[in-house]
Design a binder for this molecule. Structure first.
Ligand code: CA
Length: 231
């Protein structure tokens, strides 16, 4: 899941950016103010890259950049700067931005920069995912290339749906996921069935991954809400 946060107060520019990122295969989270952006970052720990406009009504893009960096999260940051604001580049890079794109930009230029930064985040220095294409949460290891799960090095056979649920859980360690959230992420927004399908799959997954499925310690229940992956 390649999730990008787009912070831009001008609706038309934000829609343009979002549309083009979605066409390029990215999932987007939108914010119209710096305050909203920081809140959304907290709610979506899987955001790996952000596009930050500089001129905003409340706190500006540089301040957002500074606070993201202060949080210590490994997130790529691209500043969106106006042509007239040559100084923005310098200030932006000093506050910790990885790159900047000058407005007006073409869809091709934007997605090329986002793709490039994504590639950079993915290699070498980044320790968040242990290896690209792999999610690790000992004793589990999820290979996202060939969609397989191992526990203590032993392959666990999963259905495609179970795999997708497992991936969602492992991507959100320690986070309570509501049943509706899981339903939407795995079955899609157009799914007309009942949310009970989530419980059915969780029960099956527990039989496969838990040491003792009657007292789950990896996939725990958040009563009246949903489920949580215990890292
Ligand atoms: Ca603006």
């Amino acid at each position: 899941m390649r999730k990008v946060l787009v912070l831009e107060d001008e609706d038309s520019i934000r829609s343009f950016v979002v549309l083009n990122l979605q066409r390029a295969g990215y999932q987007t989270v939108e914010a119209a103010s710096g305050e909203d952006a920081l809140e959304l970052m907290k709610q979506n720990p899987d955001i790996r890259l952000t596009l930050l406009d500089v001129m905003l009504p409340g706190i500006d893009g540089f301040e957002v950049c500074r606070r993201i960096r202060a949080s210590g999260k490994k997130v790529g940051i691209i500043m969106l700067t106006a042509r007239s604001q040559e100084m923005d580049k310098v200030t932006g890079l000093m506050t910790g931005a990885d790159d900047y794109v000058t407005k007006p930009f073409s869809p091709a230029e934007l997605t090329a920069r986002v793709d490039a930064l994504y590639r950079r985040i993915g290699d070498g220095t980044d320790t968040t995912p242990p290896r690209s294409g792999e999610l690790s949460s000992p004793p589990f290891r999820l290979n996202t290339r060939n969609r397989t799960l191992e526990k203590n090095g032993q392959r666990i056979k999963l259905t495609q749906v179970e795999y997708t649920v497992m991936k969602l859980l492992m991507e959100n360690p320690g986070k309570a996921l509501s049943r509706e959230e899981i339903l939407e992420a795995v079955w899609g927004r157009d799914y007309y069935g009942e949310v009970k399908i989530v419980d059915v799959n969780i029960r099956r997954l527990r039989l496969k991954v838990e040491d003792d499925p009657t007292t789950p310690t990896y996939i725990t229940t958040v009563w009246g809400y949903g489920y949580k992956w215990e890292a």
